[in-house]
Design a protein around this ligand. Structure first.
Ligand code: NI
Length: 166
C-alpha cells in the first residue's frame, strides 16, 4: 500500500466529471487500498478517486471515528437513487485545507453502486454518513464544496485561499 498525494484546489482534475469504471481488476484493487490508507493517514472520513488524481468513479468512506456506525465503505460507480429531507451542517474537504462551511445537504440518501468485488450493493446513509456520501459523489461530478456556496462567499474564499498559497 502507499500514501497518495491529495490534489488540492485549484487542481484541474477536481473539476472534471469522472469516468465510470468497467474493469474491477488488480490495478483497481491497489488503487482502493491506497485510497483507504491515504484517507486514514489524512484523518479524512471520505475520499474520492479524483482527489488522488484519478478521474474514475470510485469513493471510500469511513465515518466511524466520529459516528460509530458504518465502518469502511468502498463504492464503485455510486449513484444516489433516493433522497429525503434537508439538513444544514458544517463541512470540510481534504482538497480545500483549512476551509469549513455550513452547507445544506439531503438528510437521508440511498446509494446504489458496486462493492470492491463488483457485487451490487445499496447503502442507506443519514447523519454524517449521508453527508460524506453526498460529498464524495459530488467529487465524481467535479463539484467541490465551494461550488455549493453563494458566488460572493466563493469569490471571498478564492481570493483568500489563493493569496495564502503564494
Ligand atoms: Ni472533499
Amino acid at each position: 500500500m502507499a500514501i497518495l498525494e491529495i490534489r488540492k484546489y485549484p487542481d484541474e482534475v477536481l473539476k472534471k466529471k469522472a469516468q465510470p469504471i468497467s474493469n474491477i481488476d488488480g490495478k483497481l484493487q491497489k488503487l482502493i487500498d491506497d485510497m483507504i490508507e491515504t484517507m486514514y493517514k489524512s484523518n479524512g472520513i471520505g475520499l474520492a478517486a479524483p482527489q488522488v488524481g484519478v478521474s474514475k468513479r470510485l469513493i471510500v468512506v469511513d465515518t466511524s471515528q466520529r459516528e460509530n456506525k458504518s465502518g469502511l465503505i468502498v463504492l464503485v460507480n455510486p449513484e444516489i437513487v433516493m433522497s429525503d429531507g434537508e439538513i444544514l451542517s458544517e463541512e470540510g474537504c481534504l482538497s480545500l485545507p483549512g476551509f469549513l462551511t455550513r452547507l445544506k445537504r439531503k438528510e437521508k440518501v440511498l446509494i446504489k453502486g458496486l462493492d470492491r468485488e463488483g457485487k451490487e450493493v445499496e447503502i442507506e446513509g443519514e447523519g454524517l454518513l449521508g453527508r460524506a456520501l453526498q460529498h464524495e459523489i459530488d467529487h465524481l461530478e467535479g463539484i467541490l464544496l465551494i461550488d455549493r456556496i453563494s458566488p460572493l462567499k466563493r469569490e471571498l474564499f478564492r481570493r483568500k485561499y489563493l493569496k495564502s498559497k503564494k
